[in-house]
Design a protein around this ligand. Structure first.
Ligand code: FES
Length: 574
C-alpha cells in the first residue's frame, strides 16, 4: 500500500473516528474514505479539522418552536467547547416539536422525533452527540432516541423563560396563562386586559417558566445523569446558559476517549431516582409517560404501584407554580437541582453514574447554599407526600394519574354523578351551554381523548369549569379523562385513565348519571355500576369506526401506539 493510501486510513490500532466512521460501502473502503473527505472538504475544513473526532450537535431549532429561538447562540457555545477540547463540532437538525404549534397534539410526533434522533445519530459519522432540546416532547424524544442508538450522548436544554410583569404582578407561561383565562371566562377581566396579558405571558426565549413538562423533563434528565450538574434550571437568557453549553461541548468530547453510554446512565436505580425527584418537585404528570418510554427503550419498567410507594415517602419540597408560588428562575437562584437532590439525598441511589463521569453523590458535595423559601428543607415540606399518585379500580384497571399537589384536598374523598362528554368536539359544543345539567358536586368525564383515539391524547384533561359554574365562582371540581394535562395546569384532575376508551377501556362504558367514587387515600377510582350491567353495556357498544388513517405516519401510529402505562411508545421501537 502506498504512503498516500495509508495516510487516508484511520490509525491501525484504533477504531475509525470522525469522518472515517460509518462509511457508505461501495465495495472499496479506501474509495469510501476518499469520497467522504472530498465532500467534507467542500465545506472548507482544513486537513487538521477533518482528522478530528466529531461531536454531533442534534438540535431542534425551528421557526415553529418559540422555546428554541436562542439555539443559534447556544450551538455556537457548544461548538466553542468542542473545538477547545480538540474535536470537530457538526450540528444537524432533527424534527422539532413546538408544543403549541402541532395538531392534533405534539405527543403524536414524539416517537417520530425519537426515530429521527436514533437513526441520524447512528447513520451519520459522529463519535458522540450533544442533544439540544427543551420544549416538552423534545427532551424525551431525544433521550428515547439516544437510548436506542446507545452512542455516547449528553443532553443540553433550552432553559426556562424569564418572567415578566402585568400591573405589578409577575407573569410566567403557562400557569398564569390558565389563571388569567379562567378570570376572563368568569368575566373578572375584560377582552382588552386579556389581550395585554397575552403579549406579556411568554416574553423571552426558553421553555415555560414554571414546573411544567419541559422543566420537569430537564430536571429528570439532570437527575438521571444525562446532563451536567446544575444545568436544568438556568434561565435561557442567562450568560450561565451559554457557559453550560460550552461545558456540555467539552463533556461530549470527553466521552469519546472514555465512552459512557446511555445504557450505563439510565438504569433501574437512576430511573427510581428520577421518580423520587419527580415527586419532590411536584412535577408534570406527562413525565410519568415520558420516563416510562425512555426507560422502556432500555428494557426497564416504570411500575405505577412503585410510584405510589415512593409517593408516600417523598414530600414535595419545591415551591414552584403550579403547586406553589415561585418560578424556574427562582429555583436556579435558590441552588438549582443539586439543592433539591441534597434535601432528599437519603432517599436516592447516590452511586448512580453520571454522563460526566462522577457519581450522583459526588455532585452533591458542592452545594453550599440553598434558599429554603424555594427549595424547602426535608423537615418543612410544601406537602407531606409526593406530588403524583396513581389510582386504580374498575374504571382504570391499568392505572390513572393525579397530580394531588396541584389539586384541592377537599375533593380527594368524594362520590359524584358523572357528566359525560363523548369527545373533545362534544365538550367544546356543550361545556358552556346554560342547558348543561351540571353542578359543582358532579364529576366531569371526557372520553375518546386517549392515545388510541383520533385526537392522540392531547393535553385536554384540564376540562374547563362549565361556563355557568365559572361565572358563579366555582374554581375547581373533579374532572377525569384518558387525556393528558399540561404540566403547568392545576385542579382536581384524573388523567391517563388506562386502557383508554377508544381501545374499549371501561371509560367507554360510563353513562350520564352513573356514580363514580374517587379516593386518593385508597388510590381508588371506581365506577359504581355492577359488573353485570357493565357487561351488558359492553355488549351494546357499537363496533369501532373504520380507521381514517390510510397511509404514512398516521397509519404507523395507529398500528403501533401503546397505552399510557407503556409510555405511549411504539411497540416496534421497544
Ligand atoms: Fe415550549 Fe411550554 S411551550 S415548553
Amino acid at each position: 500500500m502506498s504512503d498516500q493510501k495509508k495516510d487516508k486510513e484511520p490509525k491501525a490500532d484504533s477504531a475509525p473516528v470522525g469522518f472515517a466512521r460509518g462509511l457508505t460501502n461501495y465495495g472499496d473502503r479506501e474509495f469510501s474514505v476518499y469520497l467522504r473527505r472530498t465532500f467534507a472538504s467542500s465545506m472548507g475544513y482544513s486537513r487538521e479539522m477533518l482528522d478530528r473526532p466529531i461531536v454531533g450537535i442534534a438540535h431542534s431549532a425551528s421557526g415553529f418552536n418559540n422555546c428554541h429561538r436562542h439555539f443559534p447562540e447556544m450551538i455556537d457555545a457548544v461548538k466553542r467547547g468542542v473545538l477547545a477540547a480538540g474535536g470537530l463540532p457538526i450540528e444537524f437538525p432533527t424534527i422539532s416539536l413546538g408544543e403549541t404549534f402541532l395538531a392534533p397534539t405534539s405527543l403524536k410526533f414524539r416517537n417520530l422525533m425519537s426515530m429521527d434522533v436514533e437513526e441520524m445519530t447512528r447513520a451519520q459519522p459522529m463519535d458522540s452527540v450533544v442533544l439540544l432540546g427543551g420544549c416538552d416532547k423534545t427532551v424525551p424524544a431525544q433521550l428515547m432516541g439516544a437510548a436506542s442508538a446507545n452512542i455516547p450522548a449528553i443532553q443540553l436544554v433550552a432553559g426556562p423563560m424569564s418572567t415578566s410583569r402585568h400591573r405589578g404582578e409577575r407573569l410566567g407561561a403557562c400557569t398564569d396563562c390558565r389563571r388569567f383565562w379562567a378570570k376572563f371566562r368568569a368575566t373578572e377581566i375584560d377582552a382588552q386586559e386579556i389581550d395585554v396579558v397575552e403579549r406579556r405571558l411568554a416574553s423571552t426565549a426558553g421553555t415555560c417558566a414554571v414546573m411544567g413538562t419541559a422543566s420537569t423533563m430537564a430536571i429528570i434528565a439532570e437527575t438521571l445523569g444525562m446532563m451536567p450538574a446544575n444545568s436544568a434550571a438556568c434561565p435561557a437568557v442567562d450568560a450561565d446558559r451559554l457557559r453550560i453549553a460550552e461545558e456540555t461541548g467539552r463533556a461530549a468530547f470527553g466521552l469519546i476517549g472514555h465512552p459512557i453510554r446511555p445504557s450505563e446512565v439510565i438504569t433501574a436505580n437512576s430511573v427510581e431516582n428520577a421518580l423520587r425527584v419527580l415527586l419532590a418537585i411536584g412535577g408534570s404528570t406527562n413525565a410519568v409517560i415520558h420516563l416510562t418510554a425512555i426507560a422502556g427503550r432500555l428494557g426497564l419498567k416504570v411500575d405505577l404501584q412503585r410510584l405510589n410507594e415512593l409517593s408516600d415517602t417523598t414530600p414535595v419540597l419545591v415551591n414552584l407554580k403550579p403547586t406553589g408560588e415561585h418560578y424556574m428562575e427562582d429555583l436556579y437562584a435558590a441552588g438549582g437541582v443539586p439543592a433539591i437532590l441534597r434535601e432528599i439525598k437519603h432517599l436516592l441511589h447516590l452511586d448512580c453514574r453520571m454522563v460526566t463521569g462522577e457519581t450522583l453523590g459526588d455532585r452533591l458535595h458542592d452545594v453550599s447554599w440553598v434558599d429554603h423559601a424555594v427549595v424547602r428543607e426535608f423537615a418543612d415540606p410544601v406537602r407531606e407526600t409526593g406530588g403524583l399518585v396513581a389510582l386504580f379500580g374498575n374504571l382504570a384497571p391499568r392505572g390513572a394519574i393525579m397530580k394531588r399537589s396541584a389539586a384541592d384536598p377537599k375533593l380527594f374523598e368524594k362520590e359524584g354523578r358523572a357528566v359525560v362528554f363523548d369527545s373533545l368536539e362534544d365538550l367544546a359544543n356543550r361545556i358552556d351551554s346554560d342547558a348543561l345539567d351540571v353542578t359543582a358536586e358532579d364529576f366531569l368525564v371526557l372520553r375518546n381523548a386517549g392515545p388510541t383515539s383520533d385526537s392522540a391524547m392531547p393535553e385536554a384533561g384540564y376540562l374547563p369549569i362549565p361556563g355557568k359554574l365559572a361565572r358563579a365562582g366555582v374554581k375547581d371540581m373533579v374532572r377525569m379523562s384518558d387525556a393528558r394535562m399540561s404540566g403547568t395546569a392545576y385542579g382536581t384532575i384524573v388523567l391517563h385513565i388506562t386502557p383508554d376508551s377508544a381501545s374499549g377501556g371501561p371509560l367507554a362504558l360510563v353513562r350520564n348519571g352513573d356514580r363514580i367514587r374517587l379516593s386518593v387515600a385508597q388510590r381508588k377510582l371506581e365506577l359504581l355500576v355492577s359488573d353485570d350491567e357493565l357487561e351488558r353495556r359492553r355488549a351494546e357498544q357499537p363496533p369501532r369506526a373504520a380507521s381514517k388513517a390510510t397511509r404514512g405516519y398516521a397509519k404507523l401510529y395507529e398500528r403501533e401506539i401503546l397505552q399510557a402505562d407503556d409510555g405511549c411508545d411504539f411497540e416496534f421501537l421497544r
